[in-house]
Ligand binder design. Structure first.
Ligand code: NAD
Length: 259
């Protein structure tokens, strides 16, 4: 474990009450960051923050609500004085359905959290960097679904492709200011997201089977994704911006036409 890469830095992690965000909060904290644990589930956020090894603050917030975003930012600055690192991670699957059966409400709900939520977080981050007159570093959770399709998850796939657009556009704006913006595209990692999918008719309940067909022949662990996030948020990736890094056991390189 590399200690201290984030000593003296403040990090905000959204969707940090569970799964990949929780692992990210733990990793950043273990390397010295003060961490603001943001989640729509306030109880989960409190539990994660209380267990972190370093300074931490839990904030209940819905990332798709502008006022909530302003609230977590205000609380972070009031507690720690400034914010350096953002892992904008909160996201939802939506309902499994094929195209004719997708409701407009479900499409908009997924876009609202996965795209509008990421936009609001990005905008708040840049506004805060300008206010504190020094930049930082941002990572957005994209997905293998940012790079590939899926017949029964169109809203999710569309939203995660849009996250790539956010990464590219924000990196273009941030680059001359010394602010890096990258995306992280996890493959299959058993979290509550997938547990919920497994109970959904037609959902991804063959997760282990699908993971076994990837080059590394297994699902990923949340800690492995968190390690890649830490890389992107650290100076170890100082010449990388505007990229979406797959952390997927090689899943995104598989040619299903000619295996
Ligand atoms: P998860 O369901 O385990 O955790 C997501 C967390 O986000 C939960 O604590 C939930 O309460 C919170 N959340 C949901 N909506 C929110 C909102 N509107 N505002 C604030 N918090 C909210 O899911 P996960 O697997 O950890 O997924 C995290 C991110 O990783 C998502 O963006 C997801 O799309 C992405 N992802 C996950 C996988 C995977 O295999 N698990 C693969 C690719 C991408």
């Amino acid at each position: 474990m590399t200690d201290g890469r984030f000593t003296g830095k403040t990090a905000i992690v959204t969707g940090a009450g569970n799964g990949l965000g929780k692992a990210s909060a733990e990793r950043l904290s273990s390397e010295g960051a003060s961490v603001v644990v943001v989640d729509i589930d306030g109880t989960a956020a409190e539990a994660v923050a209380a267990a972190l090894p370093g300074p931490a603050l839990a904030v209940q917030a819905d990332v798709s609500d502008e006022e909530h975003v302003a609230r977590y930012m205000d609380r972070a600055v009031a507690e720690f004085g400034r914010v350096d690192l953002y892992h904008l991670n909160a996201g939802i699957f939506g309902t499994f359905a094929t195209l004719p059966d997708i409701s407009r409400a479900d499409f908009e709900r997924v876009m609202n959290v996965n795209v509008t939520g990421q936009f609001l977080g990005l905008r708040a981050a840049f506004r805060q960097f300008h206010a504190q007159e020094s930049g930082g570093n941002i990572a957005l959770t994209a997905s293998i679904a940012s790079l590939t399709g899926s017949a029964d998850l169109l809203p999710y796939v569309t939203s995660k492709h849009a996250v790539v657009g956010l990464v590219h556009a924000a990196a273009m704006y941030g680059g001359p200011l010394g602010i890096r913006v990258n995306g992280l595209a996890p493959g299959i990692v058993p979290t509550d997201l997938f547990a919920a999918a497994a109970t959904t008719p037609g959902g991804a309940n063959d997760m282990e089977q699908r993971a076994s067909t990837t080059p590394l022949r297994r699902a990923g662990r949340a800690e492995e994704i968190a390690a890649s996030v830490a890389f992107l948020l650290s100076n170890d990736s100082s010449y990388i911006t505007g990229q979406v890094l797959p952390a997927d056991g090689g899943a995104s390189i598989v040619n299903t036409v000619r295996p």
